[in-house]
Design a protein around this ligand. Structure first.
Ligand SMILES: [Fe+2]
Ligand SMILES: [Fe+2]
Length: 190
């Protein structure tokens, strides 16, 4: 894993690697709590941002190198591209073959309908890792260790609100992820 961190520093820089270590450690804690494979959480956590580099044209080029089909919203909101691109980079440059890990990396920027436990853990760990500091992060942190789905709904609601406030596009997978979780929570209340 030390070697992975060195390669990552060259690719995405020291600051992002420090964030990734925070995500890895938080993901492992959550994995332990929710009985998810801790090794998978560790790998997905450290590598989740492995393709977070370059400007828009570089990201588009890399995505096309890997034959990734990007929808209009991803092209416009290009910060989302490092999710699907990261899965391919993790496979090619870091030899990750496990589809569960690759999907957790692939969907960490948008979420998706019916997320796996590992998807949820990586999405949330990215949101709440120790260096995160924004209004509401404490509540998300507390919720994450009490109720994974409630914490995700809270994180996604905040994300959508921010996107609306800044007049940005909302990816459909985020809406689908959120709606799926809200429907599930509502059916539990019945
Ligand atoms: Fe990311
Ligand atoms: Fe991240």
């Amino acid at each position: 894993m030390d070697n992975v961190q060195e390669i990552l520093i060259e690719k995405i820089g020291k600051k992002r690697v420090e964030h990734s270590i925070g995500v890895m450690e938080t993901a492992m804690e959550l994995a332990k709590l929710y009985y998810v494979d801790m090794d998978k959480a560790k790998i997905a956590g450290i590598l989740h941002d492995c393709a977070k580099y370059g400007d828009k044209s570089y990201l588009l080029k890399r995505a096309s190198d890997f034959d990734i089909i990007l929808d209009k919203i991803m092209i416009e909101n290009y910060q989302l591209i490092h999710g699907p691109l990261g899965a391919e980079v993790a496979k090619e440059d870091f030899g990750v073959k496990d589809e569960e890990i690759l999907n957790a990396i692939r969907y960490h920027t948008t979420g998706r309908e019916n997320m796996t436990l590992l998807d949820k853990i990586i999405y949330l760990a990215d949101y709440i890792e120790p260096s995160r500091n924004f209004l509401g992060v404490e509540k998300a942190r507390k919720l994450a260790f009490e109720n994974l789905d409630k914490s995700l709904i809270y994180a996604m609601d905040n994300t959508v609100i921010q996107l609306i406030k800044t007049s940005k596009l909302i990816h459909l997978d985020t809406i689908k992820a959120r709606n799926y979780l809200v429907l599930k929570e509502n059916s539990m209340d019945l």
